[in-house]
Design a protein. Structure first.
Length: 354
């Protein structure tokens, strides 16, 4: 017990330090912030989920001394998700033949996506308990982004060559007497000076509002991928140290259960509900689509086993992913959905057993 407490407190302080440096706002601080969940996951996989829970609470308390909101944000967004995933990864039960059956990687991937969605909503509620305030802030951010993207680049007027007097400087008052301004002339001048409504403003606002609606889903897509990477990286580190209790899983054979399709359908229905429940639905849609894309990638690895030119196929796939990004991810998501729905891959009899 003392060992769990000691290693947990140490990992929690390291994680809190990595999270807290984000306040500096430098590029290095952002990189360190992205590593914040790793210490919690490492102690959770290498020692016990109890050590991970101690680390999560310790880090949150340490940051709360600096700023209470910072501690709550750390706990809800990174610390508790890391503890929960470490706990699930080490779940196992003995079989009648004496082997151990570990928690399937497909279910773990599904839980990673759901955890990402819940974590985003939790941090949103902590930051803005009032949903209208949250929506206003989100729309303000997206409108600023759309306005910046839609601004035309203006080039400054060319300066007159040196030594060339301007027309205004050469003209004398006698040659160009000031014209008397009549009320009609003044009105015409004011009409020319008055700013006219930009034709693209309404369209930009519509795009910004639509972007604000799907922004939580886009954010949780990235968070689901990050949490999956954190879990994989922590597992590799603990495995190298020799402290990983479970055998390394066959990741290409990862397949989520069909019930996840029902969760995705329920998320689409939930997205129609106003308020934070609707945001949760959008977050789950984004996170689950990322999970299906990762399963599609795993299925491609699995189905290409033993085929000639496998390395060339995989290299081409990752090259397409790099250059097309969104288009290829959409195709992988569809592949993952079909892989879950039809389940054509052969089951691995010894998967998850040791």
């Amino acid at each position: 017990m003392k060992q769990f407490l000691g290693i947990g407190i140490g990992a929690g302080l390291v994680s809190a330090l990595l999270f807290g440096v984000l306040l500096k706002g430098t590029l290095l601080s952002i990189v360190l912030y992205l590593l914040a969940p790793l210490p919690i996951l490492i102690v959770g996989l290498g020692w016990s989920h109890k050590a991970a829970l101690v680390a999560a609470i310790t880090g949150a308390v340490a940051l709360a001394f600096l700023q209470p909101f910072l501690g709550l944000g750390f706990l809800a967004y990174l610390a508790l998700p890391a503890w929960w995933l470490a706990y699930l990864a080490l779940l196992g039960r003995p079989n009648a033949d004496g082997t151990m059956e570990w928690y399937p990687t497909g279910r773990l991937l599904a839980w990673t996506a759901c955890t990402a969605g819940l974590a985003f909503v939790a941090i949103a509620v902590i930051a803005s308990p009032n949903f209208e305030t949250f929506q206003t802030q989100l729309r303000g951010m997206t409108r600023t982004l759309v306005t910046m993207q839609g601004k035309p680049r203006t080039t400054p007027p060319a300066a007159a060559p040196a030594g060339t007097p301007s027309t205004a400087e050469n003209s004398s008052p006698a040659e160009n007497p000031p014209a008397a301004e009549t009320p009609a002339t003044q009105a015409d001048s004011d009409a020319k000076i008055a700013p006219s409504a930009e034709p693209g403003t309404d369209q930009q606002n519509a795009v910004a509002d639509a972007l604000a609606t799907i922004a939580p889903g886009l954010a949780t897509q990235g968070l689901a991928v990050l949490l999956t990477f954190y879990l994989w990286a922590a597992g590799r580190i603990v495995r190298i140290s020799g402290r990983l209790p479970r055998p390394w899983p066959d990741i290409p054979s990862t397949a989520m259960p069909r019930s996840v399709l029902g969760i995705l359908g329920a998320a689409f229905v939930l997205a129609l509900v106003p308020g934070y429940p609707g945001v949760l639905g959008i977050c789950l849609i984004g996170a689950l689509t990322a999970a299906f894309a990762m399963q599609g990638l795993a299925a491609f690895h699995d189905r290409s086993r033993g085929r000639p030119g496998r390395m060339a196929l995989l290299f081409g796939l990752y090259l397409i992913l790099f250059f097309t990004q969104g288009v290829a991810l959409f195709a992988l998501t569809l592949f993952g959905l079909a892989d879950t729905a039809f389940n054509r891959r052969r089951p691995k009899e010894d998967a998850g057993r040791t």
